[in-house]
Structure formats: structure tokens, C-alpha cells
Design a protein around this ligand. Structure first.
Ligand SMILES: Nc1ncnc2c1ncn2[C@@H]1O[C@H](COP(=O)(O)OP(=O)(O)OP(=O)(O)O)[C@@H](O)[C@H]1O
Length: 250
């Protein structure tokens, strides 16, 4: 059994009397791909926002890599190894793919880059990281293409690459295939599966065939709570999961 990287206990987020997330005990093991699914309004995004620090939980606790991060601001979570993928809106559309990655690598160092390293040395290191990520994304041939000229799908792949420049311990992906054309989906799917070999990845995803094919563990949420958790084979057969989704359609 691998070690626990992220753990929540009794995590809750209430808006007035409404509990969007309600007493969630989550356990994400290092080196796994852990997917959160559930019908619309189940609380998946709110849970993610509590984990990344974009929302302040109203109850419970979050431990990451052994540290209590419940009340840490988002940027401090990034600096200890939590990264969420950037949004396309944060890509520099006119800059090349490589330059976008270089800037993401530079961002990871923040002020440290200016104080400890000579600028040329720092730049060399950032380009090195950018080139490693380009290779990993299988986008070396597009290194000099402006980000804005990439297909929507490849821009989303680039977003994931930018998160990787920070060498995170945990990569959080919120619906990585949403809005993607059918032709680009296999690319993102294989990228996530590939990343799962070296990183811990937690994602929200609606596409069930992707979820079932790449996840080690699936947490099914419904009405702010964990309904079922387990490997794909177990979740797929659970009647409660079926009813939760049918209930939504009904
Ligand atoms: N700022 C807010 N104020 C009040 N209610 C909110 C707020 N944000 C979310 N909610 C409510 O919390 C519930 C959970 O929303 P959330 O977006 O987390 O669900 P989700 O599982 O991500 O849904 P989807 O799959 O549709 O994105 C919804 O009923 C939503 O209306």
C-alpha cells in the first residue's frame, strides 16, 4: 500500500444552510490516479476548490503530505507541491509553446530566481524544464508554434504541461477533457495515464469511458457526500451509483 498524500476528514463547505460538501473523508494515495465523479451539483468542484484553497472550508481538516493545510492560502499550497492545471485563458496566446512552458517554470521559482541565480543560468534551467515537459507532452515538434494556433485540445494539453513545470507532488485536473473535440480526447487520456506512472493525479471527469480506463480509485459523490469509493470494477457495478445518476436524469 502506498502512502497517503492527501487526506480530508469531515470536510465541509456550507453556503448558509446548504451543505455543498458535507463531511467528506477522502484519502488520496501517492502514485495513484484518483477520480471524483458524481451527478451535476454533487459537490465535486466545491470539494476541489477547498483542496486548492480557492474556497475556505466551513468544517473539517485537510492534510497534504503530512501538513495541515486547511487554512493555507492557495499560493502556499502550490509552493508545497499541489498544482492545478492552468486555464486556457492563462496561456499567452501569442507566445510559443516553449515560451509558455519556460514562463511557467520561471513562475515556480518566484523571487528566488532573481536572488539566488544569475539570470542567464536561471533562464537555461527554465528552458531545460520546458524542453523536458515538451517531450513528455509529445509536443517537441510544436515548440515554436504560438499557443493560440494550437487546437483547443492541444491548448488543454499545454495547460497540463504548465502545471507540470512546477514539479508538483499532486496534480489536480478539473474536467481535463471538457470542451475537447473527439479527436483530441485520446491524447489527453493517454497523457493522464502516462502522468499517473510518476505523479499522483486527482481529477474530476464526466467521461465515463475515460474514468473507467485510467483511474486507480474512483470516489463517487452525491449531494455533497461520498456515496461509494473503490476501484473501477467495484464502482461500475454498484447499484447506488447507478441510482444516483438515474435520479439526476429522472
Ligand atoms: N457560491 C455558491 N453559493 C451557493 N451555492 C453554491 C455555490 N457554489 C456552488 N453551490 C452549490 O453547491 C452545489 C454543488 O456545486 P458544485 O459545483 O460543487 O457541483 P459539481 O458536482 O461540481 O457539479 P457539476 O458536475 O455540475 O459541475 C450546487 O447545488 C451548487 O449550486
Amino acid at each position: 500500500m502506498s502512502t497517503v498524500l492527501l487526506q480530508t476528514s469531515g470536510l465541509g463547505k456550507a453556503y448558509g444552510n446548504f451543505h455543498a460538501v458535507n463531511g467528506v473523508d477522502l484519502c488520496v494515495r501517492a502514485g495513484t490516479i484518483h477520480t471524483v465523479i458524481g451527478p451535476n451539483g454533487a459537490g465535486k468542484t466545491t470539494l476541489f476548490h477547498c483542496l486548492t484553497g480557492e474556497r475556505r472550508p466551513t468544517s473539517g481538516k485537510i492534510l497534504f503530505d503530512g501538513q495541515d493545510i486547511t487554512h493555507r492560502p492557495a499560493h502556499k499550497r502550490v509552493s508545497i507541491g499541489m498544482a492545478r492545471s492552468f486555464q486556457i485563458t492563462s496561456l499567452f496566446q501569442e507566445l510559443s509553446v516553449r515560451e509558455n512552458l519556460r514562463l511557467a517554470a520561471q513562475g515556480r521559482d518566484g523571487a528566488r530566481a532573481l536572488t539566488f541565480w544569475r539570470p542567464t543560468e536561471a533562464r537555461r534551467q527554465h528552458l531545460e524544464i520546458a524542453d523536458q515537459i515538451l517531450e513528455r507532452l509529445n509536443m517537441t515538434a510544436r515548440a515554436n508554434t504560438p499557443a493560440g494556433d494550437l487546437s483547443h485540445g492541444l491548448q488543454r494539453v499545454l495547460e497540463v504541461g504548465m502545471a507540470l513545470c512546477g514539479k508538483p507532488k499532486l496534480l489536480l485536473l478539473d474536467e481535463p477533457t471538457s470542451g475537447m473535440g473527439i479527436d483530441d480526447i485520446p491524447l489527453m487520456t493517454s497523457l493522464i495515464a502516462e502522468l499517473g506512472k510518476e505523479h499522483t493525479v486527482m481529477l474530476i471527469e464526466h467521461n465515463m469511458s475515460i474514468v473507467m480506463s485510467i483511474s486507480d480509485t474512483i470516489t463517487v459523490m452525491s449531494r455533497g457526500q461520498i456515496l461509494v469509493e473503490g476501484p473501477p470494477a467495484v464502482v461500475r457495478q454498484d447499484e447506488r451509483v447507478r441510482s444516483a445518476y438515474l435520479g439526476e436524469e429522472g
